[in-house]
Design a protein around this ligand. Structure first.
Ligand SMILES: Nc1ncnc2c1ncn2[C@@H]1O[C@H](COP(=O)(O)OP(=O)(O)OP(=O)(O)O)[C@@H](O)[C@H]1O
Length: 269
């Protein structure tokens, strides 16, 4: 169980996240959506303990995040950040093995090697094991990083997985595959909190959607409750039509074309 109570984050007297309260439990895939700058990544960084809330508390399985040791936390939650900068020339399997660092002392065990082979296979990157990470495409790099995150908590049942735009560089096949893996992990008892920009992927895969606006919780509920034209307009300033698929009972969001008058460009041309 992850519990977030009245959490705020303030920098230079500006609240980037303001008084957010929610909780999520094992088996749930929670998607966070909101406009650029709404505070999604800041909130996720507090959930991962990378940033300390300036107000409020976050608990994981009944224990405050601030009371966990780094090692204890590494065995309970894994994080896929929006930008995973790698400057050194590591092979992909070395990147994935980094997820196992909290598990072994000097040398990886048989179990560590088995786990990285399994997670690389599941993420479709086993064939890239010996390749330099820096030579991979953006989508391939994201899949390798996803395998690293899975390797970290693969044998830690009930762990929390936090992901910030995990599918941003992926093609439609791997977007679906990544979120299907996430969903399957939820069914095995993991907790997932995922920031998504693609609303229709949130509609398809999330059990619940937390919609942020200007750092505040704007809506929180089942995809069909949260994703309506009024909420989408108020958060994204975009006109949309939302249809419900009668077979799957899932929402499908169609955004309407935004037409700019040619006069808009007059001063540039
Ligand atoms: N250290 C900081 N100092 C000042 N402002 C910051 C700092 N970190 C983030 N911000 C600002 O806080 C706001 C929220 O940032 P955040 O990265 O959480 O947004 P986001 O919802 O994840 O956006 P995006 O969808 O663009 O990734 C943004 O306006 C950002 O410029």
């Amino acid at each position: 169980m992850l519990t977030v109570e009245n959490v705020s984050y303030e920098v230079n007297q500006r609240k980037l996240v303001s008084d957010v309260t929610f909780s999520t439990a094992s088996g749930e895939l929670l998607a966070i959506i909101g406009a650029n700058g709404a505070g999604k990544s800041t909130l996720l960084r507090m959930l991962s303990a990378e940033r300390k809330p300036t107000e409020g508390h976050i608990s994981l399985y009944g224990k405050k995040l601030k009371d966990y040791s780094p090692k204890e936390l590494a065995l309970k939650r894994a994080v896929l950040n929006q930008h995973n900068t790698v400057n050194m020339d590591f092979h992909c399997q070395e990147i994935v093995m980094m997820g196992r660092y909290p598990h072994f002392k000097n040398r990886p065990t048989e179990q560590d090697r088995r786990v990285i082979a399994e997670t690389m296979k599941i993420c479709g990157v086993l064939h890239l094991a010996g390749r330099s990470f820096l030579t991979l495409s953006g989508g391939e790099q994201q899949r390798v990083q996803f395998a690293r995150v899975l390797a970290q908590i693969w044998d830690q049942s009930g762990a929390l997985i936090l992901m910030d735009e995990p599918v941003a560089s992926m093609d439609i096949q791997y977007q679906q595959q990544t979120l299907a893996i996430a969903k399957a992990l939820c069914k095995k008892g993991f907790m997932l909190v995922v920031i998504l920009h693609e609303i229709n992927l949130a509609a398809l895969y999330a059990d619940r959607i937390l919609m942020l606006k200007n750092g505040q919780k704007w809506k929180d509920g089942a995809p069909l409750e949260v994703l309506n034209a009024e909420h989408i307009y108020s958060v994204f300033n975009v006109e949309a039509e939302v249809q419900m698929n009668r077979n799957t009972l899932q929402a499908n969001v169609f955004s309407k074309e935004l037409k700019l008058d040619a006069a808009h460009f007059n001063s540039f041309l």
